[in-house]
Write a protein that binds this ligand. Sequence first.
Ligand code: AMP
Length: 143
Amino acid sequence: MTVARILADKGGSIVATTPERTLDEAIHLLAEKRIGALVVCHPDGSVAGIISERDIMRALAKLGGAAFDAPVAEHMTADVVTCRRSTSVEDVMHLMTEGRFRHVPVCEDGKLVGLVSIGDVVKTRIAAVEAEHQALRDYITMA
Ligand code: AMP
Protein backbone atom coordinates (compact mmCIF):
# COMPACT_ATOMS: atom_id res chain seq x y z
CA MET A 1 0.00 0.00 0.00
CA THR A 2 1.24 3.50 -0.81
CA VAL A 3 0.93 7.00 0.62
CA ALA A 4 -1.49 7.87 -2.24
CA ARG A 5 -4.06 5.55 -0.63
CA ILE A 6 -3.73 7.28 2.77
CA LEU A 7 -4.17 10.70 1.15
CA ALA A 8 -7.23 9.47 -0.78
CA ASP A 9 -8.78 8.19 2.48
CA LYS A 10 -8.12 11.28 4.59
CA GLY A 11 -8.84 13.92 1.93
CA GLY A 12 -6.54 16.54 0.50
CA SER A 13 -6.67 19.23 3.17
CA ILE A 14 -3.24 20.36 4.38
CA VAL A 15 -2.78 22.63 7.37
CA ALA A 16 0.30 24.77 6.77
CA THR A 17 1.87 27.97 8.01
CA THR A 18 4.61 30.33 6.85
CA PRO A 19 8.07 31.05 8.36
CA GLU A 20 7.27 34.60 9.48
CA ARG A 21 4.15 33.66 11.49
CA THR A 22 4.54 33.68 15.27
CA LEU A 23 4.55 30.65 17.55
CA ASP A 24 1.39 32.08 19.13
CA GLU A 25 -0.37 31.85 15.74
CA ALA A 26 1.00 28.32 15.23
CA ILE A 27 -0.26 27.20 18.67
CA HIS A 28 -3.74 28.52 17.93
CA LEU A 29 -3.82 26.78 14.54
CA LEU A 30 -2.67 23.46 16.08
CA ALA A 31 -5.34 23.75 18.80
CA GLU A 32 -8.10 24.75 16.38
CA LYS A 33 -7.33 21.91 13.95
CA ARG A 34 -6.55 19.37 16.73
CA ILE A 35 -3.24 18.34 15.16
CA GLY A 36 0.38 18.00 16.30
CA ALA A 37 2.42 19.60 13.52
CA LEU A 38 2.29 22.22 10.79
CA VAL A 39 4.21 22.12 7.53
CA VAL A 40 5.92 25.47 6.98
CA CYS A 41 5.66 26.59 3.35
CA HIS A 42 7.21 29.26 1.14
CA PRO A 43 4.74 31.31 -0.95
CA ASP A 44 5.49 29.10 -4.00
CA GLY A 45 4.24 26.00 -2.13
CA SER A 46 7.66 24.50 -1.50
CA VAL A 47 8.45 23.20 1.99
CA ALA A 48 10.52 25.49 4.25
CA GLY A 49 10.28 23.33 7.36
CA ILE A 50 8.04 21.60 9.86
CA ILE A 51 7.04 22.75 13.34
CA SER A 52 5.55 20.32 15.81
CA GLU A 53 4.25 20.61 19.36
CA ARG A 54 7.66 19.34 20.54
CA ASP A 55 9.44 22.32 18.93
CA ILE A 56 6.98 24.65 20.64
CA MET A 57 7.49 22.96 24.02
CA ARG A 58 11.27 23.34 23.60
CA ALA A 59 10.88 27.04 22.69
CA LEU A 60 8.66 27.63 25.74
CA ALA A 61 11.13 25.84 28.02
CA LYS A 62 13.97 27.99 26.66
CA LEU A 63 12.33 31.41 26.24
CA GLY A 64 9.30 31.32 28.52
CA GLY A 65 6.51 33.75 27.53
CA ALA A 66 8.76 35.48 24.98
CA ALA A 67 8.43 32.35 22.79
CA PHE A 68 4.90 33.36 21.80
CA ASP A 69 6.20 36.28 19.70
CA ALA A 70 9.07 34.34 18.11
CA PRO A 71 8.79 33.56 14.39
CA VAL A 72 8.11 29.96 13.35
CA ALA A 73 11.32 30.07 11.24
CA GLU A 74 13.45 30.25 14.41
CA HIS A 75 12.02 27.07 15.97
CA MET A 76 11.01 24.82 13.07
CA THR A 77 13.08 21.94 11.70
CA ALA A 78 14.36 23.14 8.33
CA ASP A 79 15.90 19.84 7.23
CA VAL A 80 12.63 18.03 6.51
CA VAL A 81 12.36 14.38 5.49
CA THR A 82 9.61 14.07 2.88
CA CYS A 83 8.08 11.27 0.84
CA ARG A 84 6.15 10.95 -2.42
CA ARG A 85 2.66 9.67 -3.23
CA SER A 86 4.28 6.49 -4.54
CA THR A 87 6.21 5.81 -1.30
CA SER A 88 5.06 2.62 0.45
CA VAL A 89 3.48 2.84 3.91
CA GLU A 90 6.23 0.47 5.17
CA ASP A 91 8.91 2.91 3.97
CA VAL A 92 7.14 5.81 5.74
CA MET A 93 7.08 3.72 8.94
CA HIS A 94 10.84 3.23 8.63
CA LEU A 95 11.42 6.96 8.02
CA MET A 96 9.44 7.79 11.19
CA THR A 97 11.22 5.15 13.27
CA GLU A 98 14.72 6.09 12.08
CA GLY A 99 14.11 9.85 12.32
CA ARG A 100 12.11 9.67 15.59
CA PHE A 101 9.34 11.92 14.26
CA ARG A 102 5.63 11.38 13.73
CA HIS A 103 4.95 13.42 10.58
CA VAL A 104 6.14 13.15 6.98
CA PRO A 105 5.12 15.76 4.38
CA VAL A 106 4.29 14.41 0.92
CA CYS A 107 5.81 16.36 -1.99
CA GLU A 108 5.55 16.11 -5.76
CA ASP A 109 7.69 18.25 -8.07
CA GLY A 110 8.95 20.20 -5.07
CA LYS A 111 5.41 21.16 -3.93
CA LEU A 112 3.56 20.04 -0.80
CA VAL A 113 0.61 17.76 -1.64
CA GLY A 114 -0.18 16.18 1.75
CA LEU A 115 0.99 15.11 5.19
CA VAL A 116 1.12 11.63 6.68
CA SER A 117 1.04 11.29 10.47
CA ILE A 118 1.89 8.26 12.61
CA GLY A 119 -1.85 8.00 13.34
CA ASP A 120 -2.58 7.61 9.60
CA VAL A 121 0.09 4.90 9.33
CA VAL A 122 -1.18 2.95 12.35
CA LYS A 123 -4.78 3.15 11.08
CA THR A 124 -3.73 1.83 7.66
CA ARG A 125 -1.64 -1.00 9.17
CA ILE A 126 -4.48 -2.10 11.47
CA ALA A 127 -6.90 -2.17 8.51
CA ALA A 128 -4.41 -4.25 6.47
CA VAL A 129 -3.83 -6.75 9.31
CA GLU A 130 -7.61 -7.10 9.90
CA ALA A 131 -8.15 -7.72 6.16
CA GLU A 132 -5.43 -10.41 6.22
CA HIS A 133 -7.02 -12.10 9.25
CA GLN A 134 -10.44 -12.05 7.60
CA ALA A 135 -9.00 -13.56 4.40
CA LEU A 136 -7.36 -16.33 6.46
CA ARG A 137 -10.60 -16.99 8.38
CA ASP A 138 -12.52 -17.17 5.08
CA TYR A 139 -9.92 -19.57 3.66
CA ILE A 140 -10.06 -21.85 6.73
CA THR A 141 -13.89 -21.85 6.70
CA MET A 142 -13.95 -22.80 3.01
CA ALA A 143 -11.34 -25.58 3.46
P1 AMP B 1 7.05 14.98 15.80
O1 AMP B 1 7.35 13.66 16.43
O2 AMP B 1 6.59 14.83 14.36
O3 AMP B 1 6.13 15.82 16.63
O4 AMP B 1 8.43 15.80 15.66
C1 AMP B 1 9.52 15.62 16.53
C2 AMP B 1 10.68 16.51 16.02
O5 AMP B 1 11.04 16.11 14.69
C3 AMP B 1 10.37 18.00 15.94
O6 AMP B 1 11.56 18.72 16.21
C4 AMP B 1 9.95 18.21 14.48
O7 AMP B 1 10.23 19.52 14.00
C5 AMP B 1 10.83 17.19 13.78
N1 AMP B 1 10.17 16.60 12.60
C6 AMP B 1 8.88 16.24 12.48
N2 AMP B 1 8.63 15.71 11.27
C7 AMP B 1 9.80 15.75 10.60
C8 AMP B 1 10.21 15.36 9.28
N3 AMP B 1 9.37 14.80 8.41
N4 AMP B 1 11.51 15.58 8.92
C9 AMP B 1 12.39 16.13 9.80
N5 AMP B 1 12.07 16.51 11.05
C10 AMP B 1 10.79 16.32 11.45
